[in-house]
Design a protein around this ligand. Structure first.
Ligand code: HEM
Length: 438
């Protein structure tokens, strides 16, 4: 692994640790504001946590692409562009955290840093696109579907990032509704863009583990790609629920987002059922992370299906069920697939028994804690939704009284997620430092 890629890879893992640690602190700050308000209040810890989460996912996804593209694309990549991207990207993330530390905000939901920092992020992304597209354009012949998925994800991330910053143009701010609709639409589409990059990586891993290149070719996988693309373009409908919009827009977007997940489950199941035992054992840890994502796609699908029923959505909207949905997907699906990719890159399955056992034990700790974490968030959401909508309570304190025990249980379950993911990150960082390419 080249030095700059190693640095990027390690940064992504540090971001994963930062995400869970800030998440834990944010949950405590919410529960015990009288203590935390003196040091770091919830409103400061939340952006730290959410931005770290977003940067973990995007940096994790692009780390995998930068490393896998070396083998997938024939044209040699520009090391200078890669380096410039990595240094500007990491430098901007540090600047963003410094701003949060100084309580300097100014951006919008999920990207709450002063908007001027959007500029180096944009430049950085263009450099990454240069480093990826130059070898891509030099590669002749049909490309496997995962290359199409990475390419689409990277291109649409650029589009949605620009869209996210349109509020800086005064015309978009003239109407609150216009600004809010575009903002949330862009947030939904960004998720679609990173999903393309991450699902592309999961397809790449399925091909590598099974040794079957046809998994990334043919009609089925093309259909999957088209579904992902339509998701990216239209699934944001359910992100603008608060804005008045035609019901057909919501219905279409919901149907589209369900189909993509159903299809991902189908592909993972197909992969699992046809995989030879020997190949599975050779890549057991990578395989486990990949299959964990299948479980989380399934349970999130059930939750989202329930949330899409209007009679249920009346109660769930704006409660912790929405947070369960976002964290269920970003931890259960995105983080699991990324850890599968990282395990494959570091050849964790070929490491000593002690390392493998540590990862497997923490893998299970993560899954079990995540189930408790997710269920307690849903319970908090149900109680809050019932008290707000069915009991028509308006006093925040009165609404939250029975919600607090569920949130305390959520916070305790979160400790398991924190411990397991920090240990996995530390082991992977140590392996990345020692990693020598064969
Ligand atoms: C890889 C791990 C994690 C990822 C990717 C992640 C991602 C996210 C995302 C995307 C949100 C925004 C949700 C929304 O606005 O709907 C969020 C909110 C939050 N997360 Fe996490 N999270 C992770 C781990 C954790 C952990 C371990 C804890 C606690 C122990 C935690 C506590 C919180 C809290 C308290 C919020 C704010 C909820 C609110 O505003 O009501 N997160 N997280």
């Amino acid at each position: 692994m080249q030095k700059h890629l190693r640095l990027y890879f390690i940064t992504a893992l540090l971001l994963l640790s930062a995400t869970v640690l800030f998440g834990m602190l944010a949950s405590w700050a919410f529960l015990y504001p009288e203590t935390y308000n003196q040091y770091m209040p919830f409103y400061q810890l939340r952006p730290f946590h959410v931005s770290a989460a977003l940067f973990w996912i995007i940096s994790g996804a692009t780390s995998c692409i930068l490393l896998f593209k070396k083998e997938s694309l024939a044209g040699s990549s520009s090391v200078v562009l890669e380096q410039l991207f990595i240094y500007t990207w990491i430098g901007t993330i540090i600047a963003i955290f410094v701003c949060y530390g100084l309580k300097k905000f100014g951006g919008r939901e999920y990207w709450e840093f002063p908007p001027v920092l959007g500029l180096p992020l944009l430049v950085s992304w263009l450099l990454l696109m240069g480093a990826y597209f130059i070898p891509l354009l030099k590669t002749k012949g049909n490309k496997p579907m995962y290359v199409w998925m990475w390419t689409t994800g990277m291109f649409f991330f650029l589009v949605t990032f620009i869209e996210q910053n349109l509020w800086l143009v005064p015309w978009f701010r003239q109407s609150y509704l216009r600004e809010l609709t575009i903002q949330w639409k862009a947030n939904g589409a960004t998720v679609g863009a990173w999903n393309q990059m991450i699902y592309g990586t999961s397809l790449y891993l399925m091909v590598k583990i099974s040794g079957d290149v046809t998994k990334a070719q043919g009609k089925t996988v093309f259909f999957f790609y088209m579904l992902g693309l339509s998701n990216l373009m239209f699934n944001w409908g359910h992100h603008i629920y608060n804005a008045p919009s035609a019901s057909w827009i919501r219905d279409t977007s919901y149907i589209i987002s369900m189909t993509e997940w159903l299809f991902l489950i189908r592909m993972l199941q197909g992969f699992r059922s046809t995989l030879e035992e020997g190949r599975k054992l050779k890549h057991l840890i990578t395989y486990r992370f990949l299959i964990a994502s299948e479980f989380w796609v399934f349970v999130n699908l059930l939750l989202t299906l329930a949330m899409s029923v209007p009679a249920i959505n009346r109660y769930t909207h704006g409660t912790h069920i929405t947070v369960a949905h976002s964290m269920g997907a970003t931890i259960g699906i995105n983080t699991m697939i990324l850890l599968a990719g990282f395990s494959y890159i570091l050849e964790i399955d070929q490491k000593s028994e002690r390392i493998r056992k540590t990862i497997i034990a923490n893998f299970w700790l993560c899954q079990v804690s995540l189930v408790a974490f997710w269920i307690t968030l849903i319970a908090a959401g149900i109680i809050k939704g019932y008290r707000t909508t069915a009991l028509n309570l308006t006093s925040f304190q009165e609404i939250m009284m029975p919600v607090m025990p569920a949130l305390k249980a959520f916070s305790i379950a979160g400790i398991g997620v924190v411990i397991s993911l920090v240990i996995i990150s530390v082991v992977y960082i140590r392996q990345a430092i020692r990693f020598k390419e064969a």
